[in-house]
Design a protein around this ligand. Sequence first.
Ligand SMILES: [Cu+2]
Length: 316
Amino acid sequence: MRAAPLAALILGLGAGLLAGCPAPDPEPTPTTDPAPTTEPEPTTEPEPTTDPEPEPTTEPEPTTEPEPEPEPTTEPEPTTEPEPTTEPEPTTEPEPTTEPEPSTGAVTGGTTISGRVLFAGTRPKPGTKNVTKDKAACAHETVPDESAIVTADGGVANAVVYLKRVSGGRSFPASDAPIESDQKDCVFTDHVLVVPKGRVVRFLNSDATLHNVKAESLKIQFNVSVEANASADVDKFHHAGPVKLACAVHPWMDSWIFVAEHPYTVETAADGSFSLADVPPGSYRIAVWHESLGRVSGQKITVEAEGMADLDLTLK
Ligand SMILES: [Cu+2]
């Protein structure tokens, strides 16, 4: 481990970063699992062999790393939700499967990467969606449109920031407890929810009316009813990346689950801020997913031991 107390942050403006218009993104389409050409390690088990101290800054950058990025171009915009039964789905599920699992155990000399996700374009106007049925149970005439929430100074809520190349570091704590997510007043209370890969999600219904949760992504499909004031467990989250959820009963209801390969995956706060703690020294690419405002497909970052790294990420 390294004693150098300073933290250095080197931003590389690599070819993949700031993928302004996502369409020309040179990433291979993830419809087939990208074969990790440079990282042959299996993704489904913790790597006990991986020393929590990965390669220092001399680590070569894989030039052909398959992109696990979600393809923003194919995702339907949820601002005006079409019929729930025919809802378009993100047709290309991102697969952050090229990342080796972080090993278990403590991180020595870890660094915290923090910053904000920003939107450089015109700030979207806060919108609402009409409640068109079950108004008594739903308790409102309209619900907020959460598909593009940007603060006055450009901070982006409901984005997910994650590292794409992780060697060592923390792993998710072992747990079989379901992660709960509620439907209340005819809104998914978690508009974006990060779920560790493999965990069960318990969909609650706090309303006095029937709800439903369905997903129709490439890798994850399910359709469950959630009775009034009851819950339903779903064990389908075994593929990393975003999954759009909808309620087949109420067409305005939608939300996202982002299935995370490792704990270096966080949702932004309401002001767009994020913090990734205990990142082992090394070189990474940091990515941002947002359902409608753009992506950061992989901005290079090198962190050294025991420090802080500040980094703002701008969606394009
Ligand atoms: Cu519903």
